[in-house]
Design a protein around this ligand. Structure first.
Ligand code: HEC
Ligand code: HEC
Length: 435
């Protein structure tokens, strides 16, 4: 590296002389350089900006709501068998996931048919779940609570849990105002929720037997439970990885900050932005375009065919808890544009949300059905598209086999490992003593 290079082109600061092994042969040191346009592109991946506001949740940055939400996230009383909490599947010790191929609630006989998603940087998303069937973090939380394969709870039971525990009641009312008179048994049965396809279910009968005003009051409590949990999840941010420090070093011309970023990782980064084409979908500072693509990954054995985004649109458009519904804090705002323009085109069949790659090194297995056990398996698939499912009407033209050589795959993984940062306020890793 000449000194002229350092003074004239800031991009040259990225030059690194490293002892390299290329295809198993020792070669002369390979400098890894980034030109100016590459540096500008790299800077679009870091830093991750502050968490965006969710206008549909007026409490998303409210510390008291977040504390209540954290308490509820860890609380197994919000389940029919008393064993299931959000943390059962989203465990901080496992990078907010469960390490399983597909989710399985404690005490459940059957798993859910999808892989548990990590909660790192979850508040940066536009859509939630692999199929995007929730349009806000708060409305997402309500779905596992009532899913028979997860918490198997009902909104009426959840409201009673808050009401019957003096500390919880107090915490709730400090943030959201008074709870309805849930001790009036004739108005508020112990359990109940709407179940459209099973109107004879006792929970459905209890629910439809209530007045519409009382149902609305319970829905509001339920939505607030989601808003509190979302305020907690909004704090699960990862943005200070070795990659971020490297980019900061590039930007500031600080060689010390660049030094920790190995030659392998630099070559991997170059591949990520070039030959491997990962940036096409994993773009921006959270390494996702926030949208859906059909990666043509073969389904896992024994799991049903998954329609992906195609199946997620209808439940969102009909949800009373969407951003345009009566429980949104901004029904006429940006959320309206998001939901109003939704269509259900067939090319969405088999498309899934592009996940973040931050902390991906810690969240194996991978993909919507946990099809791939390791990052090596993931890269093998993108390299070869081996066994890729035919897409019929839904060809994803931007997905092509990128044919990476063995050493290129290793470098790409070395780069992905630099996206790891698990530093978090330790107080978030367990329930607070009081809500
Ligand atoms: C039985 C295990 C299990 C439990 C319990 C559970 N989850 Fe999940 N979680 C999953 C699975 C599986 C998915 C993906 C499901 C899908 O896409 O249909 C998921 C997805 C999510 C997502 C979407 C993330 C994204 O990027 O879109 C969030 C947020 C989330 N869960 C939060 C919660 C909260 C909050 C609770 C408690 C109220 C909870 N989960 C309870 C397994 C679980
Ligand atoms: C066509 C868009 C697209 C391209 C190109 C792409 N990805 Fe993905 N990626 C996705 C989508 C969509 C998923 C989720 C797919 C699913 O579950 O079916 C995904 C999932 C992943 C996952 C799993 C993450 C998790 O939490 O389960 C990893 C790792 C990954 N991609 C890395 C890469 C790398 C590395 C490249 C470049 C070689 C790449 N991706 C190229 C869209 C893409």
């Amino acid at each position: 590296m000449s000194s002229a290079c350092v003074t004239i082109l800031p991009a040259c600061l990225a030059v690194l002389l490293a002892p390299g092994f290329v295809q198993g042969r020792q070669t002369a040191p390979q400098p890894v350089t980034f030109d100016e346009s590459e540096v500008a592109f790299i800077e679009s991946f870091s830093p991750l900006p502050a968490v965006p506001d969710d206008p549909t949740n007026a409490y998303d940055h409210d510390p008291e709501a977040a504390r209540l939400g954290q308490f509820l996230f860890y609380d197994q009383r919000l389940s029919s068998n008393g064993q299931v909490a959000c943390v059962s599947c989203h465990d901080p010790a496992q990078s907010w996931t469960d390490g399983r191929q597909v989710g399985l609630a404690p005490g459940a006989e059957r798993p859910v048919e999808r892989h548990t998603m990590s909660l790192w940087n979850v508040a940066y998303n536009r859509w939630f779940f692999w199929d995007g069937r929730a349009d806000s973090l708060w409305s997402q939380a309500l779905i596992p609570l009532e899913n028979p394969l997860e918490h198997d709870f009902t909104r009426l039971q959840a409201a009673h849990v808050l009401h019957d525990d003096a500390k919880l009641k107090d915490a709730y009312e400090r943030v959201f105002g008074p709870l309805p008179p849930l001790d009036e048994e004739a108005r508020f049965p112990a359990a109940g929720r709407p179940i459209a396809n099973e109107p004879e279910h006792p929970h459905a009968i209890a629910w439809t037997g209530m007045t519409s005003e009382d149902r609305d009051a319970v829905n509001r409590v339920f939505a607030n439970v989601g808003k509190a949990i979302a305020a907690f999840e909004t704090k699960l941010v990862s943005r200070r990885s070795p990659f971020d420090i490297f980019v900061e070093g590039l930007r500031e011309g600080d060689l010390r900050k660049q030094r920790g970023f190995s030659a392998d990782a630099r070559r991997g980064l170059k591949l990520f932005l070039g030959k491997a084409r990962c940036f096409v979908c994993h773009t921006g500072a959270n390494f996702t375009d926030l949208e859906f693509h059909n990666d043509r990954i073969p389904g896992a054995e024994g799991v049903n065919m998954d329609p992906g985004r195609f199946g997620g649109i209808e439940p969102l458009m009909t949800s009373e808890f969407s951003g345009v519904g009566p429980y949104s804090d901004d029904p006429d705002g940006k959320a309206r544009d998001k939901v109003a323009f939704l269509r259900r085109p067939v090319h969405e069949f088999g498309a899934f949300k592009t996940p973040t790659l931050r902390n991906a090194a810690l969240t194996a297995p991978y993909m919507h059905q946990g099809q791939f056990a390791t990052l090596e398996d993931v890269i093998h698939f993108y390299s070869t598209l081996e066994n890729a499912v035919p897409t019929h009407h839904a060809a994803e033209k931007i997905l092509i086999a990128v044919n990476l050589l063995e050493h290129e795959r290793r470098d790409l993984i070395a780069f992905l490992r630099t996206l790891t940062d698990t530093s978090l306020d330790p107080a978030l890793l367990s329930p607070p003593e009081a809500p």
